[in-house]
Design a protein around this ligand. Structure first.
Ligand code: ATR
Length: 281
């Protein structure tokens, strides 16, 4: 019988992750008999869990790492790709010749989704990012690599935005929330990386009408798909891209590493995840 490959996602606490649904869909489509499961692993147990991945005793070929283990995963890996190192966080692990390998696919997922949904989205020299957490870092890195010269980071806690501006170098500026309608003027891209718009949170009034013509707005929040921020942008004629595609695309490189086939993000997969999000937001 062929070896049954096993992959995992670890987090703490275990949230209702959509990753098992995405990878199981691809396994079934490819007719592979592997598995992908979510495990709750406490911070103190991450090193032991990953050691069992590296030495093969856990029986895993690799997996994903989510909040709050992304930094630990990078630190515990033997070899990490340059993007993950620069971010200080990894979300995808696999084993090669007894070594634990790490990468970060968040930026890949973001850029691939934007390329697909809004070709030319990076054809601007001025972007505004709301938020300065882990997700924001991956987006800033991606915008820099796409050559966007001026990136304005707006954050409730200005110090965190300033830290990122220093970390990623020239062309980045940090701003408090009340400057958002100033810095958004003539911007060609707006990205919300905060949880604002999820649940009951109140969203600040953002004046999307002053963005450049052809501007694009996107939101990493995907519950609901049309977030309050995206709805506000649409009302001002700004085109929008929802955040679900990033979740689907960031999963592609991991699946390929573990199971040897590059999977495809299809409308069928997207619709399946949307139905699940409607049932369990
Ligand atoms: P992630 O890794 O998902 O980016 P994070 O590191 O906790 O998560 O960062 C969350 C981001 O959302 C931060 O920019 C945070 O602002 P602060 O740095 O001021 O905490 C932002 N955020 C969360 N809730 C917010 C709210 N109610 N209003 C404004 N910003 C909020």
């Amino acid at each position: 019988m062929a070896e049954q490959k096993k992959a995992f996602v670890i987090g703490y606490p275990a949230k209702h992750s959509r990753s098992p649904m995405i990878h199981t869909y691809w396994l079934e489509k490819a007719g592979l008999s592997g598995s992908y499961e979510m495990f709750e692993v406490a911070p103190d147990d991450v090193a032991g869990f990953l050691a069992s991945v590296r030495d093969g005793s856990g029986g895993y070929c690799g997996g994903n790492v989510t909040i709050p283990h992304k930094e630990a995963a990078l630190a515990l890996a033997d070899i990490a790709d340059p993007l993950a190192k620069e971010l200080g966080a990894a979300n995808t692990l696999w084993v090669e010749d007894g070594r634990l390998m790490a990468m970060n696919t968040d930026g890949y997922g973001f850029a691939t989704n934007m390329d697909e949904q809004s070709p030319g989205w990076d054809n601007t020299d001025r972007a505004v990012i709301l938020g300065a957490g882990g997700a924001s870092r991956a987006i800033i890195q991606t915008l820099r690599r796409r050559g966007i010269g001026h990136v304005h980071i707006v954050n409730r806690t200005i110090e965190r935005a300033q830290e990122l501006a220093v970390r990623f170098g020239s062309g980045l500026t940090a701003h408090p929330m009340d400057q958002i309608n100033e810095v958004i003027k003539e911007a060609g891209l707006f990205v919300n990386t905060t949880s604002l718009g999820m649940g009951e949170s109140t969203v600040p009034d953002i004046d999307f009408g002053v963005m450049a013509s052809q501007a694009v707005a996107t939101d990493l929040v995907y519950t609901p798909l049309l977030t309050p921020i995206l709805a506000m942008a649409q009302r001002k004629g700004v085109s929008t891209v929802d955040g679900l595609g990033m979740l689907l695309h960031q999963a592609v490189p991991g699946f390929e590493k573990w199971f040897g086939i590059r999977p495809v993000v299809t409308t069928e997969l997207r619709d399946m995840v949307i139905r699940d999000l409607e049932k369990h937001p």
